[in-house]
Design a protein around this ligand. Structure first.
Ligand SMILES: C[S@@+](CC[C@H](N)C(=O)[O-])C[C@H]1O[C@@H](n2cnc3c(N)ncnc32)[C@H](O)[C@@H]1O
Length: 343
C-alpha cells in the first residue's frame, strides 16, 4: 500500500494531499454527482482534477500506464491488446518520424511512449491534471526528445493554428463539457489535410433512456469515471462534422473482440494471473479491505477507501454496460481536416 500512497515532491495525487485534505475532495466529488449534468459541465475542471488526483495511483497500480480499454483477440494478452489498440490509431493516422502529433488528454503517457517508440514521430501531450503530467514525464524518459507536455485544457489548446500534422484522443474527450467545442479546437490546431483519430466512450443503440436499469448503469459509469455525461455514438459523429471534419471511418470496435475476451473482461477476473489481480473484483475488494485497515491504523488518509469504493462501483457498472451492450468505450473514428494537398 505504501507504493500506492508514496509522497511526491509536487503534483496532487492522493499521496500528496495532506491526510485531512482527502476526505473533503472525495465529498466534493460525490456532491457533484448528486447535482445536475449542467453543474458538472460547468465545473468540469474540478470533476477531472478531483477524479484523477484521487484515481491515478489506483489506475497505475491496477491497470498500467495506458488508461484505456482494448478489444482482445483470442489468446492475446491484456498488454498486447492495449498496445495493438494504440498502434491501430498510429497506422490509421499514417504516423511517420517527421510528424508533429497532438495527444489529446495524454494521461500518464503510456500510449505516447508506445507510439513514440514505434513510429519515431514527435508528440505534444496536453493534460488538465498536473500530477499525471509528472508521471508522464517519467514514463517517456527513454523517448524524451520526442515528447513534450502541456499542463492545460484541451478546450483551449495553447498552440497556434495548424501546428500539428495529426492528433489522437484515447478515451479523453468523454470528460469534455462540449464535444463539438473540443473537436473544433483540435480542428483549429491541425494543418489542412491533417488526420484526427480516437476512441470515445458512448451509449449505443441498445441504450434506452426510458429503461431505469440502463439509466442506473449510465449514472454509475459517470460517477465512477469522472464524466459529466455520456454521448450516444451518433452525437460524436455529428460533433466531428459540426466541428468541420470529414468523417473517414466510424465504428464501434467492441463487437470485434473475441467473444471470450470482451473489453470488460479485464474487470471481471475470469482469467486470473498475478499481474491481473488488482483489476479483478477480488483484487479490488482486497485493495478496499487493505485501505480500510490502513485508514484505521492512520497510515493511509481518511477517504481512501471511499475512493476505492467509487472506482469499484464504476468498474462494476462498466461490466454491466458491456454485458448489456448499452455502452462502449471504443467508438472509433478517423476524421480529416479538409483542404490538404490531396484534395
Ligand atoms: C481515461 S484517461 C486517458 C488517458 C490517455 N489518453 C490514455 O489512454 O492513457 C483521460 C485523460 O483525459 C484528461 N483530460 C480530461 N479532461 C481534460 C481537459 N479538459 N483537458 C486536458 N486533459 C483532460 C485526463 O486528465 C486524463 O489524463
Amino acid at each position: 500500500m505504501s507504493r500506492l500512497f508514496a509522497r511526491r515532491s509536487s503534483g496532487r495525487s492522493v499521496g500528496d494531499l495532506d491526510p485531512d485534505e482527502v476526505k473533503p475532495v472525495v465529498d466534493d466529488y460525490a456532491e457533484l454527482f448528486d447535482g445536475s449534468v449542467e453543474e458538472r459541465k460547468d465545473r468540469y475542471h474540478s470533476v477531472v482534477n478531483h477524479y484523477y488526483n484521487l484515481a491515478t495511483d489506483f489506475y497505475e497500480f491496477g491497470w498500467g500506464r495506458s488508461f484505456h480499454f482494448a478489444p482482445r483477440r483470442r489468446g492475446e494478452s491484456f498488454g498486447d491488446a492495449i498496445l495493438r489498440h494504440e498502434l491501430f490509431l498510429a497506422e490509421r493516422l499514417d504516423l511517420t518520424s517527421d510528424m508533429q502529433v497532438l495527444d489529446v488528454g495524454c494521461g500518464v503517457g503510456g500510449p505516447m511512449a508506445n507510439l513514440a517508440r514505434h513510429t519515431g514521430a514527435s508528440f505534444v501531450g496536453i493534460n488538465l491534471n498536473e500530477y499525471q503530467i509528472e508521471r508522464a514525464k517519467r514514463h517517456t524518459r527513454d523517448v524524451q526528445t520526442q515528447c513534450r507536455f502541456i499542463h492545460g485544457d484541451y478546450m483551449q489548446v495553447p498552440e497556434g493554428d495548424e501546428s500539428f500534422d495529426a492528433a489522437f484522443n484515447i478515451e479523453a474527450t468523454p470528460h469534455a463539457p462540449d464535444k463539438t467545442a473540443v473537436f473544433r479546437e483540435i480542428f483549429r490546431v491541425l494543418r489542412p489535410g491533417g488526420k484526427f483519430a480516437g476512441y470515445e466512450w458512448c451509449l449505443t443503440d441498445a441504450f434506452d433512456s426510458a429503461n431505469a436499469e440502463h439509466m442506473r448503469i449510465k449514472q454509475r459509469v459517470m460517477k465512477g469515471n469522472g464524466l459529466p455525461d455520456i454521448s450516444h455514438t451518433s452525437e460524436v459523429s455529428e460533433a466531428l462534422i459540426e466541428a468541420g471534419f470529414e468523417l473517414v471511418e466510424v465504428r464501434d470496435l467492441a463487437p470485434e473482440a473475441d467473444p471470450e475476451t470482451p473489453w470488460y473482461r479485464a474487470l471481471q477476473g475470469r482469467d486470473l494471473s498475478l499481474a491481473s489481480v488488482p483489476r479483478t473484483p477480488i483484487g479490488r475488494a482486497l485493495t478496499n479491505l487493505a485501505l480500510r485497515i490502513g485508514e484505521g491504523l492512520r497510515i493511509v488518509p481518511e477517504g481512501a477507501r471511499e475512493i476505492s469504493s467509487v472506482l469499484n462501483a464504476g468498474a462494476d457498472a462498466l461490466v454491466e454496460g458491456g454485458e448489456t451492450g448499452v455502452f462502449t468505450p471504443m467508438f472509433y473514428y478517423l476524421a480529416i481536416k479538409p483542404g490538404g494537398s490531396d484534395d
